[in-house]
Design a protein around this ligand. Structure first.
Ligand code: VGL
Ligand code: ZN
Length: 196
């Protein structure tokens, strides 16, 4: 544990706090997803007060993508661009740029990279350049889900040389297999990510 201090070199990365993950009626509801919203709002307020950068990612899929079970993947249809499920949770304070991922059918778990599900080819999103433009060296990653997009974004952030902190109260896991969330935390810790 420990508290997080924000400064202008820190970015709070709010991952996929969208209706399909955070609303109990969402198509890929992450258990307890709605509970992270007030916690994240408080972090956003703290970050803003300290002059930190706040950035949001959104899962943003076409109607058909190999990411979805109906098209050969593993997930129920979720976060289709322009639908209710892809909107931010209505209580989330949105005050910063948004990075859309998956728009061209990529898996897009990480906020930094998109992976073509057929060729496996990886391409960067605008997140990396946005953080560089703002002189960011430290990341605080919060949101949904611990075992997919939070983990992938945090690990990519580490790989890119950022100091990365995860706020445990502000994340929740899909737990497709029991223990996935805990294993994700272990994997992140092993990669040098701090869990606050
Ligand atoms: C996510 C599963 C499928 C996530 C996105 O945001 O963690 N999980 N697509
Ligand atoms: Zn998705």
């Amino acid at each position: 544990m420990g508290t997080i201090s924000y400064d202008p070199q820190t970015a709070l990365v709010v991952v996929d706090v969208q209706n399909d993950f955070a609303d109990p009626t969402g198509s890929l509801y992450v258990p307890g997803g709605e509970q992270v919203v007030p916690v994240i709002n408080e972090e956003i307020a703290k970050a803003k007060r300290a002059g930190a950068f706040v950035v949001y990612t959104r899962d943003w899929h076409p109607e058909s993508t190999p990411h979805f079970a109906k098209d050969g993947g593993i997930w129920p249809v979720h976060c289709v661009a322009g639908t209710w499920g892809a909107e931010f949770h209505p209580d989330l304070v949105v005050d910063g740029p948004e990075i859309h991922k998956g728009a061209n059918g990529e898996d897009g778990y990480s906020g930094f990279t998109m992976r073509d599900p057929e060729t496996g080819e990886e391409m960067p999103t605008e997140l990396g350049s946005l953080l560089r433009e703002h002189g960011i060296t430290k990341l605080v990653v919060v949101g949904l889900a611990t075992d997919y997009c939070v983990k992938a974004t945090a690990l990519d952030g580490r790989r890119l040389g950022y100091e990365v902190t995860i706020l445990e109260d502000a994340i929740r896991a899909v737990d497709l297999n029991e223990g996935d969330g805990d294993r994700a935390l272990e994997e992140m810790t092993a990669a040098g990510i701090r869990i606050a």
